[in-house]
Design a binder for this molecule. Structure first.
Ligand SMILES: [Fe+2]
Ligand SMILES: [Fe+2]
Length: 477
């Protein structure tokens, strides 16, 4: 059994970890010198609402039974640790030209630049979302929601640690420099923005937060899923453990939107009207507009419809497909084809056939889209059970795109191509307008009393870790 097999981290160490950090003094010192910079970043760019402590989950173990402990923690004292999933000593590369060879414990020189780039891009998203969400505590609809926000925040902080560990441990001086840069770029900054577009958008209200955790965190889940397949084993093991934490972020988004929809239905029925603006709930068409926005910017995160870089990453074994081992093909794809989104010669919305390797971004985006349908289905079930006829839906892939084939055109949520002037005139029908945003923001009055909840959202069905909804999840400062 390897020394770190399911080992519980030693919490007397400065940096809790299951990677035997104490055996590598140089690495340990390097990470210990990054740690104060991280804490400084957390203090200046992290949550702004002062708290005494928060009922948080802390990762302590990667084993199947009991990998986390719950307790009230002062957030700056949260133990951001380094955890890799257990090593599978017999693991083989599952795809690409190295398929069947043993996985790599070190970074092969020929793939160094590419692997570093993939890790930096993933790493950049983690602190970005904390920055985007930093002011939300001030308007939390309940202590339960406040606690979930902070849980997501500290875990995104831990995901930054996860990527920084890889950079420090495997990429030498350049890796250490990139680790510094991860703290210097900031969401929405004009001089040094975060790398990906959606991570420079604001998350100014809780409806945005729930849409973000549903749609944008879900993009993260799919990216991590492809990196989990990597032949570079430490990256694979890191991502596998991150996915475990990510499940909670998805839950926050899914049930958050559930509860908003639920409350709107209740108010509609109570007052026998569709017009719930002014009655303290969020109108369904406004929810649809927020959905349209977050979904379309999240589709952009998957990159171009075709990509030779991604084809090369796959062939090299750096980044696989979602659930690679469940795919029933040769896992090399050299002679396969896929239909991808494209404009026709006369500029109409259509598709074209490309080699499967070049279309891997499309493959991943489609997996994501079908997952997103699940949310829409459950929200529509709430509408149906509430006797409401309105239905939510995902807009067409051509709607509001800034990346990919459809970036060049404008389209309605139905996928009808429209001229730029019409888009200018009508986009307020489909994306949140200033009026919508101002209304949603006007509802965002903090409810920080135990067991109480804001009027625009229903309480959750279940509390956290078996605690009731009216538990003292957060003690404010
Ligand atoms: Fe994350
Ligand atoms: Fe997340």
């Amino acid at each position: 059994m390897p020394a770190n097999h399911g080992a519980t981290a030693d919490y007397t160490e400065k940096i809790p970890n299951n990677v035997n950090l104490h055996e590598d003094r140089r690495l340990q010192r390097a990470l210990e010198s990054w740690q104060p910079n991280f804490l400084n970043w957390w203090q200046t760019m992290g949550p702004t609402l002062p708290t005494r402590d928060v009922y948080l989950r802390t990762a302590i173990n990667v084993g199947r039974d009991g990998w986390a402990q719950f307790g009230h923690v002062a957030m700056p004292e949260y133990r951001w640790g380094i955890f890799l999933a257990e090593r599978d000593p017999g693991r083989k590369v599952g795809f690409g030209e190295h398929k069947g060879e043993p996985v790599w414990d070190k970074v092969p020189g020929e793939y160094r630049a590419e692997l570093q780039r993939l890790i930096v891009i993933q790493g950049d998203t983690e602190p970005a979302s904390v920055e985007q969400q930093r002011n939300l505590g001030a308007t939390a609809p309940s202590l339960y929601d406040l606690r979930n926000l902070f849980q997501v925040n500290v875990e995104e902080g831990r995901h930054l640690w996860a990527m920084v560990y890889l950079l420090h441990a495997y990429f030498g001086r350049e890796g250490r420099e990139e680790a510094e840069e991860l703290l210097h770029r900031n969401s929405g900054s004009l001089d040094s923005p975060r790398i990906l577009g959606a991570f420079n958008e604001e998350t100014p209200d809780w409806l945005s937060f729930f849409m973000f955790t549903y749609f944008t965190d879900r993009d993260g889940k799919y990216q991590l899923g492809t990196l989990k397949e990597s032949a570079f084993d430490p990256l694979s093991r890191t991502c596998e453990f991150m996915l475990k934490e990510e499940a909670h972020h998805m839950m926050v988004g899914t049930t958050g939107v559930d509860r908003v929809v639920q409350r709107t239905v209740e108010v509609m029925r109570e007052h026998d009207t569709d017009d719930v603006a002014g009655l303290g709930a969020i109108p369904l068409p406004v929810i649809q507009k927020y959905l349209n926005f977050h979904y379309s910017v999240s589709l952009d995160l998957f990159g171009g419809d075709t990509s030779t870089n991604v084809a090369n990453y796959y062939t090299a074994g750096l980044k696989g497909r979602w659930l690679e081992d469940r795919r029933k093909d040769d896992h090399k794809l050299a002679s396969d084809a896929i239909m991808v989104d494209a404009l026709s010669d006369d500029g109409e919305i259509g598709q074209t056939e490309v080699s499967a390797l070049v279309g891997l971004n499309t493959d991943l985006r489609r997996e994501y889209i079908s997952d997103c349908q699940g949310g829409v289905k459950r929200w529509n079930r709430i509408l149906e059970e509430g006797g409401v006829r309105y239905r939510l839906r995902l807009p067409h892939a051509a709607f509001n795109r800034k990346v990919g084939a459809f970036a060049a055109i404008e389209a309605t949520p139905d996928g009808e191509k429209i001229p730029a002037e019409e888009w200018q005139r009508r986009q307020g029908e489909w994306l949140p307008t200033d009026v919508d945003k101002t209304y949603v923001r006007s509802l965002m009055q903090p409810v920080h009393q135990r067991g109480k909840i804001a009027a625009w959202i229903a309480p959750p069905r279940n509390g956290i870790n078996g605690q009731p909804f009216d538990y003292d999840y957060v003690h404010l400062a």
